[in-house]
Write a protein that binds this ligand. Structure first.
Ligand code: FES
Ligand code: FES
Length: 170
């Protein structure tokens, strides 16, 4: 029996006995993808958030990799911060975070970026109205913890990127 899933488009085939291992350990130790950060380790801070399509043809959802085992993502498409950029440029949310200097130490930033991108991916599908944007952003990233930057610049960058989708259809 095997576990099969994809990380940033690359297939991973493992012995099913490895199912109890944590996703974040697999990303760090076997794929050398250290952009996903380990914070609390108990599912609270969300620094370890990655994007997952489970099954692969569904909309992406945030997954807390410190508390997700490999058997929980069997068949999934996982995207980490390393796999987020487009082939020739950064994503608009990454550019907005840089433009607004939204982070200080940056430890929580990958989790914020991943959650924000999942939110933006679903924005047109959910039919979010401009008046509801602030509440929708709060719902998407409000549980992420940042210990040093405050949250205002993160929210500004996400709102600006979301407005481009809602108002201009970028
Ligand atoms: S490290 Fe804090 S939720 Fe995963
Ligand atoms: S920028 Fe340092 S924890 Fe958020």
């Amino acid at each position: 029996m095997s576990l099969v899933f994809y990380v940033n488009g690359v297939i991973q085939t493992l012995d099913a006995r490895r199912g109890p291992e944590l996703l974040i350990d697999y990303l760090h130790d076997e794929l050398d993808l250290s952009g996903t950060k380990f914070g609390c380790g108990i599912g609270v801070c969300r620094a370890c958030t990655v994007s997952a399509r489970i099954p692969p043809d569904t909309a992406p959802v945030p997954v807390i990799s410190c508390s997700t085992t490999l058997d929980m993502i069997d068949g999934a498409q996982i995207t980490t911060i390393e796999g987020l950029r487009l082939p020739d440029r950064l994503r608009p949310i990454q550019e907005a975070f840089l433009r607004h200097f939204a982070f200080q130490c940056g430890y929580c930033t990958p989790g914020f970026v991943m959650a924000a991108q999942i939110f933006l991916d679903g924005l047109t599908d959910t039919g979010t109205l401009p008046a509801d944007l602030d509440a929708a952003i709060e719902a998407a990233v409000g549980s992420h913890i940042c210990r040093c930057s405050g949250y205002v610049r993160y929210y500004t960058a996400i709102r600006e990127t979301a407005e481009n989708i809602v108002f201009r259809g970028d």
